[in-house]
Design a protein around this ligand. Structure first.
Ligand SMILES: *Cc1c(COP(=O)(O)O)cnc(C)c1O
Length: 377
């Protein structure tokens, strides 16, 4: 490997992005500092309007994180103590935590091995008389198969809350994700497709009752326009104005950035087509937003080690399914309970992907991976 320079290629490069938009971001921050309206106010309202439009939604409510978005969406849909909520074990733990925050119990359903998203054909047998909602996760930016999920939810009277934390810009059968279910939850964690410079999140919905309820819940149960009247016991989970001002700047670029992610992903898939790896499955009916570019590879741990030794910031999303996390030991779910998820956790590998990734960087990732596969697979 002597011919390849060991320049580090990160999984995501936020510095490269900041350099591109620095002046606009700095102006936006200064504007907020000058008018000192740090909580709610104009910036948040303007961002909410813009993001609703971007998602083709009637309402958007900014909140303090993607986790808060999920938690408040569940509460607004009536999920409470002792209820059950169906979701995937192959996700970031926050999906399950939000269910736990409501006093409800996460009930896991295994995934489709091609898409890594909840397998709709397994949902029905997990429904009990305590089931209140389903949270499909659009993992990696790949839309979950929403049509059968919505039809089961309608049949059993369940709410559908989309965990869209990784999927800004993804499209399912011509429709932007987020408003296919009752409510869509987004994260603006810095590394997400649309990232703030701190924590942030939002919900989108076409249901004005859900939007109003979440708008009150995020702000200590206040109804808009009355500071001293608390209609319900709420939370302090507002989006702050600095983050909203930064997000407004970055939202202008999001369409281009997602397009660039798709181009990088297509290039990887083309260049790796003849390797012993499984590239992302992407049927024509969906438009993947490639928050992550995830392969299945043989001898994954050894390949990952080799990539890291060569300075490639590869990752695993996620190495331990949620049902096997110590935090969820109380559910008593044994190894083998969700075999497709467990197998995926052992085989998946995320390659660096971000809009600013250069062709030279991508070629080095590809060459290093091919070398690692030849040596170790
Ligand atoms: C990031 C993420 C969350 C949580 O978002 P935060 O903003 O970090 O709270 C929830 N679900 C998934 C799938 C995520 O990737």
């Amino acid at each position: 490997m002597a011919n390849l320079t060991k320049q580090h290629i990160p999984l995501v490069d936020l510095k490269a992005q900041y350099q591109q938009i620095k002046d606009k971001v700095n102006d936006a921050i200064e504007r907020v500092l000058e008018n000192t309206s740090f909580i709610m106010g104009k910036e948040v309202a303007e961002f909410e309007k813009m993001f609703a439009e971007y998602c083709g939604a009637v309402h958007c409510v900014g909140v303090s994180s993607g986790t808060a978005a999920l938690q408040l969406a569940l509460i607004a849909c009536g999920v409470g103590y002792g209820d059950e909520v169906i979701t995937s074990p192959h996700t970031f733990i926050a999906t399950a935590e939000a269910i736990s925050f409501c006093g409800a119990v996460p009930v896991f359903v295994d995934i489709d091995p091609r898409t890594y998203n909840i397998d709709p054909t397994l949902i029905e047998r997990a429904i009990t008389d305590r089931t209140k909602a389903i949270i499909p996760v659009h993992l990696y930016g790949q839309p979950a198969d929403m049509d059968p999920i919505i039809s089961i939810a309608n049949q059993y009277g369940l709410a559908v809350i989309e965990d869209a934390a990784q999927a800004h810009g993804a499209i399912y059968k011509g429709q932007p994700i987020g408003t296919i279910g009752d409510v869509g939850c987004f994260s603006f964690y810095p590394g997400k497709n649309l990232g703030a410079y701190g924590d942030g999140g939002a919900i989108v919905t076409n249901d004005s009752k859900i939007a109003q309820k979440i708008a009150a819940l995020r702000n200590h149960g206040r109804l808009p326009g009355n500071k001293y009247l608390h209609d319900m016991v709420g939370y302090g989970e507002r989006l702050d104005s600095l983050q909203a001002a930064i997000l407004k700047v970055k939202l202008e670029y999001l369409t281009i950035w997602i397009e660039q992610r798709r181009e990088k992903a297509a290039y990887y898939s083309r260049m790796l087509a003849d390797c012993i790896v499984e590239t992302p499955y992407c049927p024509g009916s969906i438009e993947h937003a490639y928050h992550l570019y995830v392969l299945r590879v043989p001898n994954r741990d050894r390949i990952l080690q080799e990539l890291r030794e060569q300075g490639i910031g590869a990752g695993i999303h996620y190495p331990i399914p949620v049902h096997l996390q110590p935090a969820y030991q109380y559910l008593n779910q044994k190894c083998g309970a969700y075999p497709i998820s467990e197998q995926a956790a052992d085989q998946i590998l995320s390659l660096p992907i971000f809009p600013e990734l250069t062709q030279a960087q991508q070629d080095r990732v590809i060459d290093t991976l091919i070398y690692a596969l030849d040596e170790h697979a």
